[in-house]
Design a protein around this ligand. Structure first.
Ligand SMILES: [Zn+2]
Ligand SMILES: [Zn+2]
Length: 166
């Protein structure tokens, strides 16, 4: 009777009915194809992947505030000046200003929080760019120009992507 059991057979830790030889390279538990997650450092179980994710998101609520203030304030000043001088009303000029200044702004915000990423920081900085940017445009009296939309949109996207966890 006992000779029917193959001692070398191993089963998924989550699904005991599934035979598998695959192990998590961090905690060593057996996992089936459905439970295994392919990461840049090899196959891992879902539990270990989640733990690494939590460690990666070191940002705090304060960081969201600081990053949002830098991006929102910067976008406000930039759009205000761009709209007031009329430069930002030309969408091609707005495009280039957005790429350069938006990138610099995103980088400044990222450094202001010691390069920590929070789970919600991408959304916070994107919203801050929209609020700050349109605030600046309204103050300058030019909220509805295509160039203004282009400028604010680019700043929001660049800020979002700087804090995005890929
Ligand atoms: Zn594991
Ligand atoms: Zn499984």
């Amino acid at each position: 009777m006992s000779d029917m059991t193959d001692e070398s057979m191993t089963y998924c830790a989550v699904h005991p009915d599934r035979e598998t030889g695959l192990r998590c390279n961090k905690c060593g538990r057996y996992m089936c194809a459905q439970c295994a997650v392919s990461t840049s450092v090899g196959y891992r179980c879902r539990e270990c992947v989640r733990q690494v994710d939590d460690k990666f998101f070191t940002g705090t609520g304060n960081d969201n505030l600081i990053a949002g203030a830098v991006v929102g304030g910067g976008a406000g000043v930039l759009v205000f000046l761009g709209a007031l001088t009329g430069i930002a009303l030309f969408w091609l000029a707005a495009f280039f200003i957005g790429i350069i200044a938006g990138g610099a702004l995103a980088e400044a915000a990222f450094r202001a929080v010691q390069k920590r990423r929070g789970r919600y920081t991408p959304i916070v900085v994107a919203v801050a760019a929209l609020v700050g940017g349109f605030g600046g445009a309204f103050l300058a009296g030019r909220p509805f120009a295509i160039g203004i939309f282009v400028l604010i949109g680019i700043i929001a996207v660049l800020a979002y992507r700087r804090f995005e966890y890929k």
